[in-house]
Design a protein around this ligand. Structure first.
Ligand code: L3W
Ligand code: SF4
Length: 444
């Protein structure tokens, strides 16, 4: 049984209230940090922990914190990215709904470490009910003296606000989020400058995912070295995985990084295998933005080693035979899944969500959607399959933000690993476009 660092108390009745959360050891990290540690010492513990960003990129959190510019007399901010919208990813919503005080505790301890006096939680627009849960919990924290002026008599003061987005996926990209928080259209900015230097209102800002910030109390309480003992190599600690698709037990699991993928899919402690006794066909392991892998390559690397739930093992083989841990949105597809239809479905999403600033993304996502629609509906040609790969290639590396690549990589990977299925759609247009059509390895 793996350790549960974030979710140990998630099912305790009333844990969303200050009183019950506090009884279970809540807010200890605030007391410890503000009374016994300097801000730099808190940053040092986060560095030692090896914690990596849980939103998708996996950038080392302590390094990001230490990049924060600290010019004299200039305000700086901690902003929590709670704009969870990645298809297949639904872990942050659960954390905020059930453990709102864990996030608030992480925000206070993190803001203290960074020297922020005002901090924000930017929450996805559709999650208004979660925003209300957070606002209630924030009011409780103010009433108990953990927010506001002179917290616990330490001389440190912090105001924390929750701000809803308008429901655009692109506002989960950190610079689009900052634009939106400033009241503007959520268009991503060019980087550099990174937010650590010029972020919210052009001030130094750290943007961290909900799960990243929720790990800070554990790290401060237990110490960075203890946290780093869990996991393998540069993948330390635990990770929330939202598992969905054709699984016997879809849900949100806190796993120790390093768990074999096979165990995660098939053991009763986690997903309990593929539903209806069917076979697994493919997995998207880190949210819809990462390359899809067929069963053989998600269970084992090309070299035949067991694939592990770590940043390194999942990306072993690059994008030829590997993928990414990403945000931990684990989508399992059984043998009846039509890969062409699934790829078309994802591409519709990215086309719809592209902000339209750069031509390769704006036009390319549209073209990929059109071509995939043709193939799925029985009007495609063999040339279309190569056209898809060519459009995907022209997007890669030519856009302001990662949305373009998030749209391109999965398409390129689907063609790479399931070309036979795309070809079958061309050679069997009527059969392939019929409702419920399943490619079962028929000759092309
Ligand atoms: C200062 C430098 N800071 C990098 C910071 C940077 C950012 C972080 C990671 O995209 C991925 C994307 C999606 N000085 C720095 C620096 N930083 N160099 O480090 O940066 P980056 O550019 O590697 O990634 P990103 O822009 O944060 C995120 C993938 O995640 N993804 C998306 C999931 C979406 C959700 C959602 O629903 N909201 O989770 C899933 O895989 O494709 O590749 O903070 O500033 N020199
Ligand atoms: Fe907008 Fe797409 Fe360019 Fe990102 S890559 S800035 S979403 S057009």
């Amino acid at each position: 049984m793996g350790r549960k660092l974030l979710t140990e108390h998630i099912n305790v009745e009333g844990i969303n209230t200050f009183e019950v959360y506090r009884k279970h050891g809540g807010y200890r990290s605030v007391e410890k940090a503000l009374k016994t540690m300097t801000p730099d010492e808190v940053v040092e513990e986060v560095k030692k922990s090896g914690l990596r960003g849980r939103g998708g990129a996996g950038f080392p959190a302590g390094m990001k914190w230490s990049f924060l510019a600290k010019p004299e007399g200039v305000p700086r901010y901690l902003v929590c990215n709670a704009d969870e919208s990645e298809p297949g990813t639904f872990k942050d919503r659960q954390l905020m709904t059930k453990l709102p005080h864990l996030l608030i505790e992480g925000m206070i301890t993190g803001s203290y470490a960074l020297g922020a006096r005002t901090s924000y939680i930017y929450i996805r627009g559709e999650l208004l009910y979660v925003l209300r849960i957070l606002e209630k919990a924030i009011a409780e924290a103010y009433a108990a003296g953990f927010l506001g002026e002179n917290i616990l008599g330490s001389g440190y003061s912090l105001d924390l606000h929750v701000h809803p987005g308008g429901g655009a996926y692109i506002c989960g990209e950190e610079t689009a989020l900052l634009e939106s928080l400033e009241g503007k259209r959520g268009n991503p900015r060019n980087k550099p400058p990174f937010p650590a230097v010029q972020g919210l209102y052009a001030r130094p800002t750290v943007v961290n995912n909900v799960e990243t910030i929720a790990a800070v109390p554990v790290i401060v309480n237990e110490g960075g070295d203890e946290y780093a003992k869990i996991g393998i190599g540069k993948s330390t600690g635990t990770k929330l995985i939202s598992a969905c698709g054709h699984l016997n037990k879809p849900g949100i699991y806190e796993i120790e990084l390093g768990l074999p993928v096979e165990e995660f899919i098939y053991s009763d402690e986690y997903c309990g295998g593929i539903w209806k006794g069917r076979d697994l066909k493919a997995v998207v392991a880190g949210g819809s933005s990462v390359p899809i892998l067929p069963k053989e390559l998600i269970l084992k690397t090309a070299a035949g080693e067991n694939r592990l739930m770590t940043y390194e093992s999942l990306s072993d083989g690059g994008f030829v035979t590997g993928t990414m841990l990403g945000s931990g949105g684990f989508i399992a597809m059984d043998e009846t899944t039509c890969i062409v239809k699934n790829t078309w479905n994802f591409s519709r999403f990215y086309h719809h969500e592209s902000c339209g600033q750069c031509s390769p993304c704006r036009e390319g996502t549209g073209w990929m959607e059109k071509v995939l629609h043709r193939l799925e509906h029985g009007h495609g040609s063999m040339h279309d399959i190569d056209l898809l790969v060519s459009v995907a290639k022209q997007i890669e590396g030519n856009t302001i933000c990662p949305l373009g690549e998030a749209a391109a990589w999965p398409v390129a990977a689907a063609v790479r690993h399931f070309r036979h299925e795309f070809e079958w759609h061309v050679t069997n247009p009527k059969e392939a476009s019929a409702p419920g059509a399943v490619y079962r390895g028929a000759a092309v």
